[in-house]
Write a protein that binds this ligand. Structure first.
Ligand SMILES: Cc1cc2nc3c(=O)[nH]c(=O)nc-3n(C[C@H](O)[C@H](O)[C@H](O)COP(=O)(O)OP(=O)(O)OC[C@H]3O[C@@H](n4cnc5c(N)ncnc54)[C@H](O)[C@@H]3O)c2cc1C
Length: 497
């Protein structure tokens, strides 16, 4: 029987958990640290770029639907968490968001000096850089062409990759390890430092200094476990929850009774950065599945209309899900997969008390989220703008989820504002998606509106901390990876003080 007593136990091997562990062990190399991960042990050698096989890297094979069935949230359930399947788009948190977190939530540590120094280091270590223009595939080129004709400024994205072969399959796991996620950067480093990682190890509940887990057999074609299947109680001086937004709040809720937690904010203020991926059929072959999926974006409407546009690419199954309609008509549209242009719309949703992660009677995560009127407005405006870009870029048919007509064709060009309207937005027919859930264990100076203090410690506990995207007090409004690393670094550097 292994010794299951540790100085620190980290729950979850995503970027939050592994960045925390990496910084913790830099300063405290002698600590005995374990990471518990409910997903299986798979690395680049195990990925095969096949959509059906690789959906096993995700919760629920790709998306966990909200209770009202209006939005599907994608998150990784594998070693490395979502960083195994993310795209690598790297944004610094906007100053306006950081100022708000400082002023409204008392996150005083987010000084310009701390943020800039930390992110300079983080970006160096995960190889963040702009991709050269020569890497733009047709989808990225046509997006720029359409936006330029409309006078919409476009910026280049920063990506964290090394020796990328532009295979385009980032969201199915990178087979060459070019994407510098936790599997390539943090995990190899912390393993060398003696950190133990236990996969297929599901944390059911926690108590002060105790973690209750169930270990299950490793699935076929994955690497073997280092613990026999069964139930265990592990102990640690400190426990750090980094199980992601879908699960960190759920673990706290399942454990609330034993921990004596009564904080009504647990699970609350969930934001999802709701997204529509929309597609247009171009008159020429695009082959968006070749090249890096996204190199450019526009934040032109961010302050006025609350949305970003990014270029994107999705696999046939996901694309079919994103295209409204059914049956023969849908099948005919999908035959044009080779000509499809794609744009991703990301809406900045507000952190609202009623949007939350809860648990059902069995203790499983429930996403209780409704799109606000403001978000609906942003979505409709974004769909109108994206449709105009598609037309200007040379698309002949556009499949819009909030349109009176399907597909829209060039004769509709002058009538976009009347054809794409909120009244046609039927989220039961074409659900939104989310890959950037945030909040649920928000950080702040007071337990009155937060779950964790400025050091990530859960209010009302002695030994429980959080280090993942659940800490965000509000939506960060951009792709969240770098911000998660920033907060995790802060928590790691202070937890032993
Ligand atoms: C398809 C996709 C593309 C994305 N692209 C980008 C991008 O380009 N740029 C960007 O900034 N962001 C992107 N994101 C978002 C980004 O990847 C996530 O925000 C980030 O990785 C979340 O990190 P985390 O550590 O908070 O949580 P997670 O990565 O979700 O890690 C949580 C881990 O905890 C494990 N776990 C959960 N519950 C338990 C339990 N009970 N017991 C044990 N283990 C548990 C999970 O299996 C998981 O491994 C993308 C996400 C997806 C899904």
């Amino acid at each position: 029987m292994k010794d299951l007593n540790f100085d620190i136990i980290v729950v979850g091997s995503g970027v939050g958990g592994t960045t925390f562990t990496d910084y913790l062990t830099r300063k405290n190399p002698n600590l005995k640290v374990a990471i518990l991960e409910s997903g299986s042990y798979q690395t680049k050698e195990d990925f095969n770029q096949r959509e059906i096989d690789m959906t096993a890297l995700y919760y629920n094979r790709g998306a966990v639907l909200s209770k009202n069935l209006q939005i599907g949230v994608a998150a990784g359930n594998t070693l490395g968490g979502s960083s195994a399947v993310y795209t690598g788009v790297s944004f610094r948190p906007p100053n306006s968001v950081l100022n708000n977190w400082q002023k409204e939530f008392g996150l005083e540590f987010l000084t310009e000096k701390f943020v800039n120094r930390s992110l300079d280091e983080i970006e160096r270590e995960i190889s963040v850089h702009e991709l050269p223009k020569s890497w733009d595939n047709d989808n990225n080129i046509f997006f720029q062409k359409g936006a330029k004709k409309l006078g919409i400024p476009v910026k280049r994205l920063k990506i964290n990759t090394k020796d990328c072969l532009q295979q385009g399959f980032c969201n199915l796991g990178c087979t060459t390890g070019a994407k510098q996620g936790a599997l390539e950067v943090q995990i190899p480093k912390i393993l060398k430092k003696g950190v133990q990682i236990f996969c297929n190890t599901n944390v059911i509940s926690i108590e002060e200094n105790k973690v209750n887990v169930v270990v299950t057999d490793n699935p076929r074609n994955t690497n073997p476990n280092n613990l026999e299947s069964g139930t265990y109680q592990l102990t640690a001086k400190k426990i750090v929850l980094a199980a992601g937004v879908l699960n960190t709040p759920a673990i706290l809720l399942r454990s609330a009774k034993k921990l004596g937690l009564k904080n009504k904010n647990i699970g609350r203020y969930l934001t999802l950065h709701p997204a529509f991926n929309i597609n247009g059929i171009h008159h020429k072959t695009i082959k968006n599945y070749r090249g890096f999926p996204k190199t450019v974006y526009s934040d032109h409407f961010s302050d006025t209309d609350n949305f970003y546009l990014e270029t994107s690419f999705y696999f046939p199954g996901v694309t079919a899900k994103n295209i409204p309609g059914y049956g023969k008509m849908h099948q005919e549209i999908m035959k044009n997969y080779d000509k499809m242009m794609s744009i991703l719309i990301l809406v900045h949703d507000k952190a609202e008390f009623n949007n939350k992660i809860t648990i059902d009677k069995k203790g499983n995560t429930v996403i209780d989220y409704s799109l606000s009127n403001n978000s609906k407005k942003a979505l409709v405006k974004a769909l109108q703008v994206a449709t105009k870009i598609f037309f200007e870029a040379g698309c002949e048919q556009i499949m819009v989820p909030a349109s009176d007509k399907l597909p829209l064709t060039p004769e509709d060009k002058k009538n976009i504002e009347n054809l794409i309207l909120e009244k046609y937005l039927n989220l039961y027919k074409t659900p939104l998606s989310s890959a950037h859930p945030q909040g649920g264990a928000r950080m702040g100076k007071s337990a009155a509106n937060s779950v964790c203090d400025n050091y990530g410690k859960v209010y009302g506990t002695k030994s429980i901390y959080v280090s993942d995207a659940s800490l965000f007090p509000t939506s960060v409004k951009v792709n969240p990876y770098e911000t998660i690393m920033l907060l995790s670094k802060w928590i790691a550097e202070n937890i032993m003080k």
